[in-house]
Write a protein that binds this ligand. Sequence first.
Ligand SMILES: Cc1cc2nc3c(=O)[nH]c(=O)nc-3n(C[C@H](O)[C@H](O)[C@H](O)COP(=O)(O)O)c2cc1C
Length: 179
Amino acid sequence: MRPFHPQAIDLNSSAHALPPDFTQSQFRHALGQFATGVTVVTALNPQGGLVGLTVSSFNSVSLAPPLVLWSLAHKSGSMEALLACPHYVINVLSAEQTELANQFATKGIDRYAGVHWSPGLHGAPVIHGAVATFECFNRSRHDEGDHIIFVGEVERCSHREQADPLLYHGGSFYTGGLR
Ligand SMILES: Cc1cc2nc3c(=O)[nH]c(=O)nc-3n(C[C@H](O)[C@H](O)[C@H](O)COP(=O)(O)O)c2cc1C
């Protein structure tokens, strides 16, 4: 098989995207039609404090090596810690964890209050009851628009069989189950 060199694609360097003919709200609503799961990304800050936030931008990138991605808003209060931490955990929430999804998206509270978790390989919190967990090395970061795309190299992963995931669509959570 021929190796793939993305930089060799002949993109006309003078070409630009057309300006959007839609409002930010229309864009948001269109994006909201893409149903996703819901994760909580957890880490330790350089002082050993707990960091965590709700993230739905998670996706797979590569099987070999095992890579995943997610994106973090520039304005995120967790940015400094997540840029600095060598490892983080992506916890995929179950249908029973809507409360956690809201808790980890709320500012000014103790997000870990009442949360059951254990330290992972490098100490970052692995949340009990998640349907899957990915313990990642913080492999690379890519600045695009108003977000930073994080690519994680998965060092450990686990999943629960027969557990329903929490789903997110059009700004609402769905817990009905898939079976
Ligand atoms: C379902 C859901 C998905 C979210 N996905 C993301 C995401 O992918 N990236 C992001 O930066 N914020 C996302 N957020 C928003 C953050 O969780 C929220 O702004 C949080 O307060 C950020 O915390 P921080 O400022 O302490 O980092 C999401 C929120 C919800 C409810």
